[in-house]
Design a protein around this ligand. Structure first.
Ligand SMILES: [Zn+2]
Length: 144
């Protein structure tokens, strides 16, 4: 009998990683859920069970999550926005963070550069005190 090794499926443009979330990442995820749309709140229970299994290959802070060891069923679903926030530093430096979900689990935390003076990978996560929630028009609806 031959054991079949399943290919490791990673999100598009990502590389494998395996680590706990940093304090900053965990706080950011929890804050985005808290300040996000009402129907995002049901995801809070997953936050303690999050682990990073992949990160963006460009070197920016974007990370992808497993929940209690379970990866999203479709690594390449791309995720959909659950909660977003924007930090406007100057008119030419505007950063955003988007918390993504796929099916019923948290999928990843993405850094978005709306306007920047540097390369994507030179940015760190925005601070909580510079972020403004921006959740209008997010499509998520969760049947609990
Ligand atoms: Zn990146």
């Amino acid at each position: 009998m031959t054991a079949e090794i399943e290919p490791v499926e990673l999100p598009h443009m990502s590389i494998a990683d395996d680590r706990d979330l940093s304090k900053v990442e965990r706080e950011l995820v929890a804050w985005l859920i808290e300040s996000g749309p009402e129907n995002a709140k049901c995801f809070m229970a997953q936050v303690p069970a999050l682990r990073v299994y992949a990160r963006c290959e460009c070197g920016c802070p974007t990370v992808f999550f497993s929940v209690a060891g379970k990866r999203p069923k479709f690594a390449n679903c791309g995720g959909a926005a659950l909660a977003e926030a924007v930090a406007t530093r100057t008119p030419t430096e505007v950063l955003g963070t988007t918390l993504m979900y796929c099916e019923d689990q948290l999928y990843g935390l993405e850094l978005v550069l709306y306007a920047g003076q540097k390369a994507m990978y030179e940015y760190a996560w925005p601070q909580l005190n510079e972020l403004i929630p921006h959740n209008q028009g997010l499509p998520y609806s969760h049947e609990a």
